[in-house]
Design a protein around this ligand. Sequence first.
Ligand code: HEM
Length: 475
Amino acid sequence: MALLLLVLVGVVVGVVLASSLLLRWNEVRYGNGRRKDGDGCLPPGTMGWPLFGETTEFLKQGPSFMKQRRLRYGRLFRTHILGCPTVVCMDPELNRRMLLQGEAGGLVPGYPQSMLDILGRNNIAAVHGPLHRVMRGAMLGLVRPAALRTSLLPKIDAFMRDHLHGWAGSVVDVQAKTKEMALLSALRQIAGITAGPLSDALKTELCSLVLGTISLPINLPGTSYYQGFQARTKLVSMLEQMIAERRSSGDAQDDMLDALLRSGDDGTREKLTDEQIIDLLIALIYSGYETMSTTSMMAVKYLSDHPRALDELRREHLDIRKGKSPEEAISYEDFKSMAFTRAVISETLRLATVVNGLLRKTTQDVEMNGYVIPKGWRIYVYTREINYDPFMYPDPMTFNPWRWLEKNMESHPHFMLFGGGGRMCPGKEVGTAEIATFLHYFVTRYRWQEEGKNTILKFPRVEAPNGLHIRVQDY
Ligand code: HEM
């Protein structure tokens, strides 16, 4: 018995010793806070275990991981998460500077390898330099205000009418419906695709692709990464076929695919290759999919919980409908007049924190508040805490859309819900128009109440693991 106890104590001491040696070694490996070349200092912090760093703690503790370290080290600290040495920045002013600094200041997108691999080498959110300019120019061309007014908004309106048809008298899972909405609405804008076998096939592949981009890059049959790649291959061949059919038919269509195939013909911008067009379309669907569906779902949730906000929103939309026949679509002017709706969308994005932060990679040594971040590190522009800053948003944990009407918060220098600088979201207006149109038909057609207990997780992504169920009736 005594021998067993001795062995046990020996094992425990051995494990503790080995662990602290490994942790220590990893700190030394990253210079112990000193740059290895002796050129400047790193921000305070810890690097965790070799290889894994502090990823497990980060994923398990979520926002409190950040808060605890901020308490210990301040608003700028180093860590090792998601496979990379990383500096987390929670200082709003410094974050703004980092986003504005962009490529010229040594910062390019730093998203995980799986995302880069699966979204393709021309993915707008990963490329930089002249290729980014070309891809971004093409993307902005598709969603410019004139296109939103004459082409996109009528399509969005027609789609939402259909999508929100016949919900009365049933229990609806808003999460499933808003996911479907984000995808199908994008497909209609891209190539006039309506619900049917083709959209079902695309949906299956896109879902696998999305899962693949947020998985570990292990390319073995059965892994999400592997399946994401397979999905990408199938999607690419479907899109290639669509392009070939368009070319052979020769008919002009009023959609994004047609605009991309024709773009550059007049010599005003560079002509995109088919591969670039395909990567642009995949990036467009991908970027809007989760952000749009989650924001729409959370808006429904917050409106359910705040009847006064729902009343005011409904009043805005009933006023718009007053002068219209039931079949008449909402116009660009109607959309622009939806001040309270816009406030509801911004408040939803803020309170739910649909985007936690943005990742950048350093292409050269980068100075941050006197520290020097080495080339090849990640900078996590962590914007989540800005959303709960009581100076910027008094009583920050309360859903209060009216706060957005009092001051023009969207032009506040620390407004980063859609990013900032040269990579600011190009889909901001079209995305807002889509959510606004969804809310328009939802609140003017229906009243609803939540059904059962719906759990909503806020980290690492906002989701309702078992759906968000509501019982819907005609208004
Ligand atoms: C509520 C909806 C949305 C939110 C909250 C949102 C948020 C963001 C944010 C924060 C970024 C900056 C990423 C970074 O700097 O690394 C971004 C970039 C981007 N977004 Fe959105 N987005 C939304 C909807 C959309 C939609 C509908 C589209 C497509 C039309 C879209 C397309 C893009 C693209 C292509 C980029 C990359 C831009 C670049 O790197 O130049 N987004 N978005």
